[in-house]
Design a protein around this ligand. Sequence first.
Ligand code: FES
Length: 110
Amino acid sequence: MSDEELKIYVTDLEGKNHEIPALEGWRVMEIIRDYGLPIKAECGGACSCATCHVHIDEEWIDKLYPPSEEEEDMLDMAYDVDDSSRLSCQIIMTPELNGLKLRLAPIMDA
Ligand code: FES
């Protein structure tokens, strides 16, 4: 465990940027939710709702491990999906991801 303070940068739906403290081993979805930004994450991180959809900043896409088949299947059901789309509950915070930048995806109200 390093004492280095980890953070991620999140752009919310209004285009506001937030620097958010992050903890190693936490899901990025949990980090965003605990900070208080509006991320639905209905299934609580079980990869079965797609309401934790985010767009990853281009320079970070290749630094993440690729999505699992389950994640890809779930993303197929999300709204506004593109090559930068990921489910934030499937990204676990590590020191290598310090400074990760992403944007919240619009939430479709059911
Ligand atoms: S929280 Fe449901 S898929 Fe991520």
